[in-house]
Design a protein around this ligand. Sequence first.
Ligand SMILES: [Mg+2]
Length: 418
Amino acid sequence: MDELRIVDIRPTTVTVPLKAALRHSNGCHWGRFVRTVVEVETDQGLIGLGEMGGGGESAEAMFRGLLPYLKGHNPFDLEALRWKIANPTASLYNNRTQLLAALEFACLDIVGKALGVPVYNLLGGKLRDEVEFASYLFFTYPVAGRAPVDVRSPEQLVEYARALKKACGFTSHKLKGGVFTPDHELDCYGALAEAFPEDKVRFDPNAAFSVEEAIRFGHAIEGLNNDYFEDPTWGLNGMRRVREAVNIPTATNTVVVNFEQLSANVLDPAIDVILLDTTFWGGIRPCVKAAGVCETFQQGIAVHSSGELGIQLATMLHLGAVLPNLTFAADAHYHHLADDIIVGGPMPYKGGKVRVPTGPGLGVELDRDKLATYAELYREMGGYPYDRDPVRPDWYAMTPNADWADPKTEYTLDLGGR
Ligand SMILES: [Mg+2]
């Protein structure tokens, strides 16, 4: 086979509906995700798929702007790809880590397709055929015209978790907090742990608590069946203080997201479990590398979700398949999606697990009709303010936060029937 050459990079931004508006400490996913699908085309007709969150038109422009850097690049040259577009000193001006990630996914997809092997075989081979996921529970706003999902109280949360457990088989439950007062969220988290005594639980308020509040909250949940206590507060030093005071493993997807921070955490531990995100770390390969460092220093790992459609989920599945030290369930927003842009529709969960795709490359194919439909929907609707709460338009998040939403406020998000 002649060497492959990249000839084009085609980004397409889509918006795909969620079953509900998912609330978090910074605001809300307003009933949908905005993602940019990237197709990297080679001179021999092979096309690789990548995906990145947010950005919309600006993300598309950034991908297009990288074509002059990558025209003629051999997709097998993955290490050169990193240095060409994400050299760390050049990146001081122009950080392209997340763009690199999407392009790495696409190049791995091309390499796998060219060789007729799944991506996991390029990463050391799979150790498991399916990857386990946690339920990833959010407080929500229902969306007008969709089946109502209204989660604000402990009772609603438990009912919601039961429904998701029944549908997908989850045995680990993650609560995304940082929305209501810590006391209200303590009641919710406690009710969840009590409702599923056989299952594991994990809590993540996205660094909304002060160190002192995090320690108070941590002491109150110490007796529960916790996987870990994820980003209760901001910063390595804050997390170190929480870790010293609370007898629950700490976890992060915010303050250890590169090798510099990983080495700082090895030298003076603040985090027990590093949550590896294929986008934040700049690709699947750096996550595998980071997992190796964690294995060496006996730090835990799990697979993080920054919000994904099927292409990105495939990257998480290939990653999860090859990590020897993966002992925790992975996170995914995936089951909150109402649809997907891959052939065959959303990948199914069975027993809380998703099968690792076994086709060549990432093992997922674009559904061109769905891509066109959701690209059109994006053109109609544009982006959404991820860091705003539709009920409190003047509010903005601070770390630590002290201005919480009121769980008694009933609200239905109206997206005009779309
Ligand atoms: Mg998190």
